[in-house]
Design a protein around this ligand. Structure first.
Ligand code: ADP
Ligand code: MG
Length: 632
């Protein structure tokens, strides 16, 4: 019998309460996953024991076998999940089962909307874990004893804001979780149902999951003899680590179930890649691309990396040393033969073996994405979710720039849709005869990009331009120099070298216009003075009277605004004002004299700055001038 001492009642952390409430309501239609989550925790606990026992094999004392046991009692309406893993001490129970340690939880919870469908997705992304037991149970009892302690602990809760905790005798090492099923969940206290669920969700776990098998002796006629029951424990799952098995033997469903276990994810992965490497370094990797972004994808201390095993022994979660940051969405397992069992995070950072595995795994991951890109729809899902992260790649990983470039997707003037679904290869294939460069524009949003005056000449000539409008895009483009032998050119910077595509007559006409406007250009420059670096006539515009551009090697407008917003002081650069000689307003300017000329010149400059997405230093002056002119 267990004797309870030192009982205390504690409240759940606010976040736990919120999560519990939402989970119970939004995951109702998927409630069988509670078993997967509890078995997954038991398997993790066995992994941890194996790891700690590397230093202290006394931890196995009394029972050398690692296993999970599942029992049920239909009459009492209970299901019990028990393991011989590491167990927990009192402090750990309070911390692990009373709070949510993951950073960013509060922010995450703020995103929840109260709409079942949406929230179910978000919660899945967060990882439901232990508390999912409360979807089916109105009370959960946890009894546990840490492998290195003599003191057992009991935790009880009805999932309603508080739990009680008490010291108990618990002779066995490990953890036992008893679910007192709700009335409408009694169906889970059933042998057949439980077995099916174990096979469905936990086949790939490398500890055996056992269930009692009741057998009755039979008499000579083959009838069962009452009262002759014997119980033996039957292993229900496959119980070998999935990645160790030959690829050909593993079904897609098993790969998917394994993914959910290691990634603590709720939805299927988009794709995976399983490889055994033999030779100087021996290791097996199983990499996955998730379908959904984790809530901490952009947090500095977000979870990233692979689950590391050394010779089948679990060493650590989130070993981030094996993949670059721009592939932080990749989940998976790495099992190495060569690393020492006592390897630490610090050692990983310094190991040349780790470096060479990292570069091999990076290539694998990029190849996996390339393969995925053959499936347009799936790749689009990937790109919409993780494209911005992959865009960090060219800056971080010079060596793989070409591979990464091939994986990028853009919006362009060719489709004019807001979906980033065109590759650089698509662009190159459509390049015009004589076109040498890949043209792009960077703006603050899709509309600003696609309506930019800078595109007018390109649209007229039918030359495609990439429309970049994500925060990271200018940073990306500053690290991409060429693709397929073609360099990139920002249409808002420097002179346009569309010469090769203009015919002789056109060029001559342009030169003549430029000459005829020399006087005008001079007058405008005099009026605008230091507000501009230069004034010139342009042929890049068809519909707009003027635009502003920057010299070729200047940082672009978008990047400047970003850095200024981040409090980074930058030396001021003045734009170059370009005038469209064919435009009626420019002709009118040419005919205007005196104060009106000054006003109109300023208005043209200010409008060009606005069209480009910039802010005016003195917007009131602009409005005043415009109103004067309108009422003239
Ligand atoms: P996660 O598994 O993602 O960490 P869970 O909510 O599933 O989150 O579990 C919370 C924590 O509770 C685990 O990280 C672990 O420390 C502890 N825990 C849960 N179940 C067990 C168990 N069977 N044995 C030991 N520790 C456990
Ligand atoms: Mg868990």
């Amino acid at each position: 019998m267990t004797t309870a001492t030192q009982e205390e009642t504690l409240g759940f952390q606010t976040e736990v309460k919120q999560l519990l409430h939402l989970m119970i309501h939004s995951l109702y239609s998927n409630r069988e996953i509670f078993l997967r989550e509890l078995i997954s925790n038991s398997a993790d606990a066995c992994d941890k024991l194996r790891y700690e026992a590397l230093e202290n094999d006394g931890l196995y004392a009394g029972d050398a076998e690692l296993r999970v046991e599942i029992e049920h009692d239909a009459e009492a309406g209970t299901v019990t999940v028990r393991d011989t893993g590491i167990g927990m001490n009192r402090d750990e129970v309070i911390k692990n089962l009373g709070t949510i340690a993951k950073s960013g939880t509060a922010d995450f919870l703020k995103q929840l909307s109260g709409e079942k469908q949406k929230d179910a997705k978000l919660i899945g992304q967060f990882g439901v874990g232990f508390y999912s037991g409360f979807i089916v149970a109105d009370e959960m009892v946890v009894r546990t004893r840490r492998a290195d302690s003599d003191q057992g602990v009991e935790w009880r809760s009805r999932g309603e804001g508080e739990f009680t905790i008490a010291d108990i005798d618990y002779p066995q090492r490990g953890t036992e979780i008893v679910l007192h099923l709700k009335d409408d969940a009694k169906e889970f206290a059933d042998d057949f149902r439980l077995k099916n669920l174990v096979r469905k969700y936990s086949d790939h776990i490398d500890v055996p999951v056992r269930m009692p098998k009741v057998e009755k002796a039979r008499d000579e006629e083959g009838n069962e003899i009452e009262g002759s029951e014997t119980v033996s424990w039957e292993t229900v799952n496959e119980a070998t680590a999935l990645w160790v098995r030959p690829k050909a033997e593993i079904g897609d469903d098993e790969y998917k179930a394994f993914y959910k276990h290691i990634a603590h994810d709720f939805s299927d992965p988009l794709t995976w890649s399983h490889n055994k490497v033999e030779g100087k370094l021996e290791y097996t990797s199983l990499l996955y691309v998730p379908e959904r972004a984790p809530f901490d994808l952009y947090q500095r201390d977000g979870v990233r990396g692979l689950k590391l095993y050394v010779q089948r022994v679990f060493i650590m979660d989130d070993a981030e040393a094996f993949l670059p940051l721009y592939l932080r969405f990749v989940k998976g397992v790495l099992d190495s033969r060569d690393l020492p069992l006592n390897v630490s995070r610090e050692l990983l950072q310094k190991s040349p073996q780790v470096d060479s595995m990292k570069s091999a795994l990076t290539k694998r991951a990029l190849d996996m994405l390339k393969k995925l890109s053959k499936d347009k729809e799936a790749y689009q899902t990937f790109w919409n979710t993780f494209g911005d992260v992959l865009k960090e790649g060219p800056a971080e990983d010079y060596a793989n720039r070409d591979k990464i470039s091939g994986l990028l997707r853009f919006t362009t003037t060719h489709t004019d849709g807001a979906t980033q679904d065109q590759s650089l290869a698509d662009y190159v294939e459509r390049m015009k005869e004589g076109q040498k460069k890949i043209y792009y524009i960077v703006a603050d949003g899709f509309n600003a990009a696609s309506h930019s005056p800078h595109l007018e000449i390109f649209r007229k000539k039918g030359i495609e331009v990439l429309l970049l409008h994500d925060r990271i895009d200018e940073w990306l483009m500053s690290h991409l120099t060429e693709f397929d032998g073609k360099s990139f050119a920002d249409v808002a910077k420097g002179d346009l070298e569309l010469d090769d595509m203009a015919d002789e007559a056109e060029k001559q006409a342009q030169e003549e216009t430029a000459k005829s406007k020399e006087e005008l250009v001079k007058r405008v420059k005099e009026v605008l003075g230091d507000n501009v670096q230069a004034v010139r006539v342009t042929h890049r515009l068809t519909d707009s009277p003027a635009c502003v551009v920057l010299p070729e090697h200047e940082m672009g407008f978008q990047m400047r605004r970003m850095m200024e917003a981040a409090g980074q002081p930058l030396p001021e650069v003045k734009p170059i004002l370009e005038l469209n000689p064919e435009h009626a307003l420019v002709s009118r300017l040419e005919r205007t004299e005196g104060g009106n000329f000054d006003d109109l010149a300023h208005i043209l400059l200010d409008q060009a700055v606005i069209a480009e997405g910039g802010h005016l230093d003195d917007p009131a002056a602009y409005v005043k001038r415009l109103n004067l002119l309108l009422s003239a």
